[in-house]
Design a protein around this ligand. Structure first.
Ligand code: IMP
Ligand code: MG
Length: 180
């Protein structure tokens, strides 16, 4: 096993400034769309923790935040589509306007499971805000209301995104040179 080190941090895909500028736009859009309602932003741990922290500060209307943690089952930890809820929400979603906040959509299987699960709780509406969407991997139409950036099919790290729990603290998003 190669040791994870700085030489595995590849080219910068998105600078911290680019990320913040896009979040300002997304935040303004959400504030406009949800004016007069109090949405609840449901963030999926751990990858989205930095994104949601910056996003909520760019949405100048009353809102609530809650967190969920999920783990994937199956031979492949990613993209198996079989998801177990490790930490559930504290709030009741009945009649609530929910926005799922995700770090990155790859196959979309995790999101599909989450959407189904949360909708079954009687939500008034449910939309998705994803910082990144990797082009080309989604098998079905996902109906993503808010998307930060569509990115090419390489693995990325930083700004909450990890490889083996490392690199979440990079302020920018970079290619990962180590293979998956
Ligand atoms: P999906 O179910 O295939 O859409 O997988 C989405 C999840 O896989 C994300 O929430 C991330 O936790 C993880 N993931 C997918 N691509 C990357 C990446 O490039 N870097 C870090 N994590 C990733
Ligand atoms: Mg991850």
């Amino acid at each position: 096993m190669p040791e994870l080190g700085d030489d595995l941090i590849g080219d910068t895909l998105l600078t911290s400034e680019q990320i913040q500028a896009r979040i300002a736009e997304l935040g303004a859009e959400i504030a406009r769309d949800y004016d007069g309602r109090v949405p609840i932003l449901v963030s999926v741990l751990k990858g989205a923790f930095i994104f949601v922290a910056d996003l909520v500060r760019a949405v100048p209307i009353p809102l609530e935040i809650d967190f969920m943690a999920v783990s994937s089952y199956g031979a492949s930890t990613r993209s198996s589509g079989v998801v177990r809820i490790v930490k559930d929400l504290d709030v009741d979603l009945n009649d609530r306007h929910v926005i799922i906040v995700e770090d990155i959509i790859d196959s979309g299987l995790t999101l599909r499971y989450l959407r189904k699960t949360l909708e079954s709780r009687g939500t008034a509406s449910l939309e998705v805000c994803a910082l990144l969407v990797r082009e080309g991997n989604q098998q079905a139409e996902l109906d993503l209301r808010y998307v930060g950036f569509r990115i090419p099919p390489s693995f990325v790290i930083g700004y909450g995104l990890d490889v083996g729990e490392r690199y979440r603290n990079l302020p920018h998003i970079a290619d990962y040179r180590g293979g998956e």
